[in-house]
Ligand binder design. Structure first.
Ligand code: SF4
Ligand code: SF4
Length: 124
């Protein structure tokens, strides 16, 4: 069966999505200002905005809990699931898997992500 370019793009998207589910590095940080949230992001988040963002100084940021975004769920099966995926902020949408920024996040935060997963599995 002939497969047009859309098929390839969708496949690439799904592959990237799966890689992100097994990585989660960019959702981890020790900084409370790791991910800036714009007013348009807060509008998209609507009733979730107060739960998952906080104001620091002049700006809003994603709330961080235990060194990771409060919206991230670390699953015992090894997946890092964004619980607000459809409503996630622009900066999360714009980070392209395998880009330089992505690889930088992996360098900086992958070890912490693995530790979080290991600690979850140890607790059973
Ligand atoms: S660091 Fe890169 S591969 Fe990992 S979850 Fe973020 S965008 Fe995906
Ligand atoms: S909103 Fe989702 S993708 Fe963005 S940092 Fe939080 S868990 Fe990760």
């Amino acid at each position: 069966m002939a497969r047009g370019p859309m098929h390839g793009e969708r496949l690439a998207d799904r592959t990237a999505e799966r890689e992100c589910l097994l990585c989660g590095s960019c959702c981890f940080s020790s900084s409370d200002t790791h991910i800036r949230v714009l007013e348009s992001d807060r509008e998209r988040l609507a009733e979730l905005a107060d739960r998952f963002t906080r104001r620091i100084g002049e700006h809003h940021y994603l709330s961080m809990e235990h060194g990771r975004c409060a919206a991230l769920s670390v699953e015992p099966d090894g997946r890092f699931v964004c619980t607000i995926y459809e409503k996630r902020p622009a900066v999360c949408r714009e980070l392209e898997p395998a880009s330089a920024a992505c690889l930088n996040e992996i360098d900086e935060n992958r070890a912490v992500a693995i530790l979080a997963l290991e600690s979850l599995v140890r607790r059973g």
